[in-house]
Design a binder for this molecule. Structure first.
Ligand SMILES: C[S@@+](CC[C@H](N)C(=O)[O-])C[C@H]1O[C@@H](n2cnc3c(N)ncnc32)[C@H](O)[C@@H]1O
Length: 400
């Protein structure tokens, strides 16, 4: 194939070029690079391709520090400087928010204090005892012995995975502030881990096989901004403790004393507990049972006696709250708000909404509806997922 010039980046950090006027996406490329390509997918509307040769490289390109970068689907931006990845995320956020919410605004993206070794949780696939991440858009495993994004204690553990004797399945490794590990194995096979060896070498708090605890506990403690949180193997927790701390501060800066606060999609209670020190009353809603049980414990550990939790779908629980709500904090999954919840919020008309999102597209879609009666005070990006194309954001909205 003839040489071709990369024009710009798309929202997934892939280079864009045109082959016979058809848009073509090429990972691991930068604007103005000239490359030779091999097509990997041809569909009616677009192509996907990989580089076979870099004829002219961008001055902005840096060598990736990861030996698996070419094959692994985990990171997308390791060929850029960290500063350039932040600029990429700022441009991406601003353009999505403008395109889908018609809000033109300058968005600061706050970098993570640690841009490598920040992940406190990784999920590895295991097939015939071979373990690693999947290649992009495939079920082919890239065997890894370390991961640049994972915390040091997770990296120490990875070479010892064979001692768990898992043949096929999935392994979720979590670590905390104290380098302790919580292991969750999902498998149909019978496993017989070499516990004596593993306990000697690593601070393993618990091992869970499917939903049975086979060693230790089913949860551990994480600490953020001097607050302690019990986290069960199946409860959500923000994966980057460094930017999580900034997120907590940003939420608190936008809460006043004596408010009635509702924390939707509250997980183990983190954001609501963090914000409720001087609240009049607080509610948390969450669908995962262990997470709600963790949240109840966490409110006690952190001495909050003003928070009430509801187990269930936000859609059905939120309408049951009869108080006048001052602030709704909401941090939904990628899908954002469902229509019923969005309409309930618009009917409740809380004075303020603090919307935390891990997907700018669904955030923009929901802002477009919320802005009918709310003014966005500001939107900030938070680099929760350095060197990937993902970006977390926080938007504060005030009732008009
Ligand atoms: C992005 S996490 C946020 C958790 C929490 N705010 C935090 O910062 O740790 C989203 C949470 O929403 C929960 N969830 C997902 N769908 C839900 C629903 N329909 N109703 C209630 N909770 C839901 C998930 O279990 C998860 O804990």
């Amino acid at each position: 194939m003839e040489k071709i010039k990369i024009e710009k980046l798309d929202n997934l950090g892939r280079g864009i070029c045109y082959i016979n006027n058809k848009i073509t996406f090429v990972p691991n490329t930068l604007p103005d690079e000239i490359v030779n390509l091999k097509l990997t997918k041809e569909s009616k509307k677009y192509n996907e391709a990989i580089v076979t040769e870099y004829i002219k490289q961008s001055k902005k390109r840096i060598p990736s520090k990861c030996p698996y970068y070419e094959e692994c689907g985990g990171c997308h931006l390791l060929h850029m400087s960290y500063k350039d990845t932040i600029k990429f995320k700022k441009d991406k956020l601003e353009s999505i928010i403008y395109k889908y919410a018609k809000i033109k605004t300058n968005i600061e993206v706050i970098p993570s204090l640690e841009s490598l070794n920040y992940r406190n949780k990784i999920t590895l696939k295991i097939t015939n005892q071979k373990y690693g991440y999947y290649e992009p858009s495939s079920h082919k495993i890239v065997n890894i012995n370390s991961c640049l994004l994972a915390s040091p204690s997770i990296n120490n553990f990875i070479p010892d995975i064979p001692y768990l004797h898992i043949k096929n399945g999935e392994l979720i490794i979590r670590s905390n502030y104290n380098n302790e590990l919580l292991l969750w194995i999902k498998t149909k096979d019978k496993i017989n881990p070499d516990l004596n060896y593993l306990k000697e070498k690593h601070k393993i708090v618990g091992i869970i096989e499917n939903d049975n605890v086979i060693y230790g506990d089913s949860s551990f403690i994480e600490i953020i901004n001097h607050q302690l949180f019990k986290v069960s193997y199946d409860s959500f927790f923000q994966i980057n403790r460094y930017i999580c701390s900034t997120l907590f501060d940003l939420v608190n800066e936008n809460i006043s004393d004596n408010e009635v606060i509702v924390d939707l999609y509250c997980g183990v209670g983190t954001l609501g507990i963090n914000a409720s020190k001087d609240a009049k009353k607080s509610f948390g809603i969450e669908i995962v049972k262990n997470a709600v049980l963790n949240a109840i414990t966490n409110s006690k550990i952190n001495k909050r006696d003003n928070i009430y939790y509801m187990l269930g779908d936000v859609k059905t629980c939120l309408p049951k709250i009869k108080e006048n709500i001052d602030t709704i904090i909401l941090d939904p999954p990628r899908a954002g708000l469902d229509k019923v919840t969005l309409n309930t919020i618009l009917e409740f008309k809380p004075k303020k909404i603090i919307y935390i999102s891990c997907d700018p597209m669904t955030l923009a879609r929901d802002l477009n509806d919320l802005k009918t009666i709310y003014n966005p005070k500001f939107i900030k990006g938070l680099d929760m997922f350095p060197y990937t194309y993902h970006v977390e954001s926080l938007c504060v909205l005030n009732l008009r």
